[in-house]
Design a protein around this ligand. Structure first.
Ligand SMILES: [Zn+2]
Length: 362
């Protein structure tokens, strides 16, 4: 942690002290954890920003995220101060029992910034997010650059765990996920993405050095031009159709067998049974798996169906909405899929939310 209590009960930081002063404090100073009140040690060196740490045996949760995290937290703190933004470091919010890395005041809004470099459970993340929201505080989670899994210039791998950190500040805000690398001193903004598979997200990826950024950049809408997505999707579709499936991919093999029993195969499936979906991460199966079930059971067999019918089929394949506490609640992958099918002229919906198939080929 960057702050600790001294023997007079005052909060102290170390990053701005000279080497002489630091070594003196290391020998004579007594510092205590603001949470558990245990005595702390000072960690400092040429490559390490000066900070406090618990002794090895400690079980305290506060400040246990390592040097990469401490460095990044300090970078963000100084970066905000440089912009003249009021910011508090490791400030304890007693009423919700939370200590965000940074607490920021902008106008009438309060922002809790969590710089998350270590793995935490979705339950913990959800709990912290919900408690900020309940106190009227906007949570902003920035993941450590060490968690970034970049597959190409516009593609990231986002696991179900990563997906909990997807933000959507309001209904018209594109899906966004943020990273900061404290080694490279860079922000990574990934926005307006769609899922080409269960974990492969294609979108607008922007890497900016911290010096070139301001806080407002987090709330800027960066759209991805549609033709980029179309082009990549066509290419991916071709690859997917021609890809042999290794036997160890049991789920994919089982799905292909199921498809075969329906008298179909990946070559004969219409292209709209594998559409990229923005909130595809809300499902536990790849787009072609859940879309093919809707295609065969509703579009081909029923011809006329409701959203409820679709939910009955896919209910067990959806993550609960609470899995994604930073997302506006109106987003739904099945609704999004049906909207796409309406756009390309396969379906038409009426006011009662009944979908009718207009045609099966385009
Ligand atoms: Zn402690």
């Amino acid at each position: 942690m960057l702050q600790a209590l001294n023997s007079d009960g005052e909060l102290v930081t170390l990053y701005n002290l000279s080497a002489d002063r630091l070594s003196k404090l290391k020998e004579e100073g007594r510092f205590y954890c603001p949470d558990c009140k245990e005595e702390l040690i000072i960690r400092a060196g040429e490559k390490v920003i000066a900070h406090f740490a618990h002794r090895k045996k400690s079980t305290c949760q506060h400040g246990g995220e390592g040097i990469y995290h401490e460095k990044g937290k300090l970078d963000l703190y100084l970066w905000l101060r440089k912009q003249g933004i009021p910011v508090k470091l490791e400030f304890y919010l007693a009423e919700i029992k939370q200590r965000p890395d940074l607490l920021v005041e902008i106008g009438t809004k309060t922002l809790a910034i969590e710089y998350q470099c270590a793995e935490i459970s979705i339950i913990d993340m959800k709990k912290r997010t919900e408690s900020y929201l309940s106190a009227g505080i906007v949570p902003l989670w920035i993941l450590g650059g060490n968690k970034l899994k970049r597959l190409s210039s516009r593609v990231l791998k986002l696991t179900a765990n990563d997906a909990s950190y997807i933000h959507q500040f309001h209904q018209h805000f594109p899906l966004s996920i943020y990273y900061y690398c404290s080694t490279q001193k860079q922000f990574i903004f990934f926005q307006d993405f769609s899922f080409l598979s269960q974990t492969k997200a294609f979108g607008n990826l922007l890497i900016l050095s911290i010096e070139k950024c301001i806080l407002k950049d987090f709330f800027t809408l960066r759209k991805l031009p549609t033709y980029h997505l179309l082009q990549t999707w066509r290419h991916e579709l071709q690859k997917w159709r021609n890809r042999p499936v290794p036997v160890h991919q049991k789920k994919e093999t089982a799905w292909r067998q199921w498809l075969y029993l329906q008298g179909l195969n990946v070559q004969t499936l219409p292209y709209f049974v594998n559409l990229p979906i923005q909130c595809g991460f809300m499902l536990k199966t790849p787009p072609w798996v859940w879309q093919s079930r809707l295609y065969l059971e509703l579009i081909v067999k029923q011809r006329k169906f409701s959203f409820r019918n679709a939910m009955d089929i896919l209910n067990t394949q959806l993550y609960p909405a609470s899995h994604f506490p930073l997302i506006h609640s109106t987003l739904h992958p099945i609704k999004e899929y049906f909207q796409q099918l309406e756009r390309i002229g396969i379906l038409k919906s009426n006011k009662q939310n009944i979908y009718v198939v207009i045609r099966l080929t385009v």
